[in-house]
Design a protein around this ligand. Structure first.
Ligand code: GAR
Length: 194
């Protein structure tokens, strides 16, 4: 029997981790694609509970290990990821990781970049700004990560229509629905295109 080479994904998350769970479930029936580990900067993040239930290795790291030393870089070197996926991860990626993994780190942003990006623009803050501007549509952007927040090359965008009745909560639901539908497929496509 010929064994397919396994592709390895490392996920980063800071909060609930519903995208992490969706990605893990999507690749469950793919023996050639492995979730090597989930890394988080929040010791009480709900994503840790999800990983426990899903039987996925997870690791908490502190700020110093991430941006003041090579602690996280050394862990990643050992994991040998084909793709590093930021799925609701809120810290800026330090230069040592960007230099070591060029074009291997991707992020999902819950709006149509270049609008509503940058420092402080995450989760509900984004949806609130979209609502306040009276936007007729919003969406998701999957992009490569570079040294500037939300400014790397765009890989994929998907849109959803908004009406005046939409609230911050319903906008968040619509955006999450797009994320669940498209994010795993884009990851799959990137891994298969290697
Ligand atoms: C997602 O909507 C993701 O796009 C967003 O955080 C949410 C995490 O949800 N990311 C950012 O805002 C990054 N700037 P989850 O923890 O349930 O997957």
């Amino acid at each position: 029997m010929v064994e397919l080479p396994t592709k390895r994904i490392v996920l980063f998350a800071s909060g609930s981790g519903s995208n992490v769970e969706n990605i893990v479930r999507y690749f469950r029936d793919r023996p050639d694609i492995t979730i090597a580990m989930v890394l988080t900067n929040k010791s009480d993040a709900k994503v840790l509970e999800r990983c426990n239930t899903l039987n996925i290795s997870a690791l908490y790291f502190n700020r110093a290990a991430f941006s003041k030393s090579d602690g996280v870089l050394d862990i990643l070197k050992g994991l040998k990821p084909d793709l590093i996926v930021l799925a609701g991860f809120l810290l800026k990626i330090p230069q040592n990781l960007i230099d070591y993994f060029p074009n291997k780190i991707i992020n999902i942003h819950p709006a149509l970049l270049p609008k509503y990006g940058g420092k402080g623009m995450y989760g509900k803050h984004v949806h609130r700004a979209v609502k306040e501007q009276g936007e007729k549509e919003t969406g998701i952007t999957i992009h490569y990560v570079n040294k500037d927040y939300d400014e790397g090359a765009i890989i994929y965008q998907a849109k959803t229509a908004l009406s005046e009745e939409d609230t911050v909560e319903t906008i968040a639901q619509k955006v999450h629905a797009l994320e669940y539908e498209h994010f795993p497929r884009v990851i799959e496509r990137l891994l298969e295109g290697d």
